[in-house]
Write a protein that binds this ligand. Structure first.
Ligand code: ATP
Length: 235
């Protein structure tokens, strides 16, 4: 077992029927890190996060979290251990208010945030606390999705492209929030197609292609190769 990594993934494979979506993926995320998964559409990024959360049907390999093997645990048990998944559709309950979205889910994880701390970290949500989900902008929905998982007690956020479809100003705000969340002790693994944003927010990066981790890059390596990677990712 790995004693230094918060999350250790070894030889993770996943299938949709006959089609293999992940091939022997291995990676590490240390406590307090922000790490991105980059790769073209269809590379397997979403499938990987779903496997880590225990939401993916068929997968094999080993996942350990805080030194404990969680490979065979269902999603609710992983949430109890401190994993929190923020899906790309954000999963906001549209008929409920911001505050109801925050307070309804059970506080299952090891580090549930009090509402006051949520509102201090997400002042926008404090202003919008009585608004229904339908009245929120895309950026506000994303903030709510992140805040809800923190309120539930997650120690590791698994975020599926939190910046997708958001304006540059809001993307910057999401970046500030992720850094603040990390400062308060939460670790983040996020899917990110925006290489520039990935460089400003994260410490390290894994490049996925056709279900494999093909490269592991630190910020300096990523910066040096930004042009090449932008071309590769088709952006
Ligand atoms: P995106 O960011 O566009 O979601 P991704 O890198 O997250 O891309 P995945 O969504 O994980 O990639 O998909 C990996 C592979 O698995 C792709 O070939 C995709 O077509 C396939 N796949 C994804 N979901 C399903 C599904 N429900 N049924 C069958 N194949 C799927």
């Amino acid at each position: 077992t790995d004693t230094t990594s918060l999350l250790a993934v070894d030889g993770l494979s996943a299938w949709y029927g006959e089609a293999q979506a992940l091939r022997e993926v291995s990676l590490r995320v240390g406590e307090g890190e922000i790490v991105t998964l980059v790769g073209r559409n269809g590379a397997g990024k979403t499938t990987l996060l779903r496997c880590l959360m225990g939401l993916q049907g068929r997968c094999s390999g080993s996942v350990s979290f805080r030194g404990e093997e969680i490979t065979r645990l269902p999603a609710h048990r992983r949430a109890r251990q401190g994993l929190g998944y923020v899906p790309d559709d954000r999963g906001v309950y549209s008929t409920l208010t911001v505050e109801e979205n925050l307070t309804l889910p059970p506080r299952v994880g090891p580090d549930p945030w009090p509402l006051s701390r949520v509102y201090e970290t997400f002042p926008r949500l404090a202003e919008r606390r009585a608004f229904p989900g339908t009245k929120l902008s895309g950026g506000e929905q994303q903030m709510l999705a992140l805040a809800r998982v923190l309120r539930m007690g997650a120690r590791l956020l698994l975020c599926d492209e939190p910046t997708e479809g958001l304006s540059p100003l809001i993307v910057q705000q999401i970046g500030d929030i992720l850094r603040e969340v990390r400062r308060q002790g939460t670790t983040v693994l996020l899917i990110e197609q925006n290489v520039h944003f990935a460089l400003t927010v994260a410490d390290r990066h894994y490049l996925l292609a056709e279900g494999r981790v093909v490269e592991s890059l630190d910020n300096d390596e990523m910066r040096t190769r930004e042009h090449e990677l932008l071309g590769y990712l088709g952006i």
